[in-house]
Design a protein around this ligand. Structure first.
Ligand SMILES: Nc1ncnc2c1ncn2[C@@H]1O[C@H](COP(=O)(O)OP(=O)(O)O)[C@@H](O)[C@H]1O
Ligand SMILES: [Mg+2]
Length: 147
């Protein structure tokens, strides 16, 4: 996957395939921020990542309604959606950081709510709604200094 790749997808399946393609480059501890339009295809993209990792399905986290855990694949996948999480305090006290900075792969929808979190992500993927079936997806790979 190139640094700064821009793709137009023309169906939900194409968006899912793009997620599947990204999954091949993911390694333990990687964090992926998904940002941009509501209805932009973020959740669909995560399904592709899960499929690519070989996950067998997801369970709802017992403690976090905003997190699904995909297991049984090459790496565990934590899919987190911050849409309903409030400010930095609520995020900090949510306990989600344990998963985000853990050993699996974490994929975070609405990461733009927390700029400090985006800075820690190895991939930032921006989704734009262009039309009923058209989405622009920009995949940015970036260097992250481990803390
Ligand atoms: N090219 C496309 N890529 C992704 N989703 C699309 C596309 N065209 C239509 N859709 C539809 O857009 C809707 C929103 O997708 P979703 O992944 O839930 O967005 P988000 O999580 O960004 O809000 C879904 O119903 C999906 O089927
Ligand atoms: Mg979503």
């Amino acid at each position: 996957m190139n640094k700064g790749e821009r793709v137009i997808t023309r169906s939900p399946e194409e968006t899912e395939s793009l997620g599947e393609r990204l999954s091949a480059t993911l390694k333990e501890g990687d964090r992926v921020a998904l940002i941009g339009d509501l209805g932009g295809g973020k959740t669909r993209f995560v399904r592709g990542i899960a499929r690519g990792l070989g996950s067998r399905g997801f369970i709802k986290s017992p403690s976090f309604t905003i997190m699904n855990i995909y297991q049984g694949g090459r790496l565990p996948l934590y899919h987190i959606d911050l849409y309903r999480i409030g400010g930095d305090d609520e995020f900090f006290f949510s306990g989600l950081e344990e998963f985000i900075y853990g050993k699996g792969v974490s994929v975070i929808e609405w990461a733009e709510r927390h700029p400090a979190l985006i800075r820690d992500c190895m991939y930032v993927i921006t989704f734009k709604y262009l039309g009923e079936n058209e989405r622009e997806i920009i995949i940015e790979e970036r260097g992250v200094t481990e803390r």
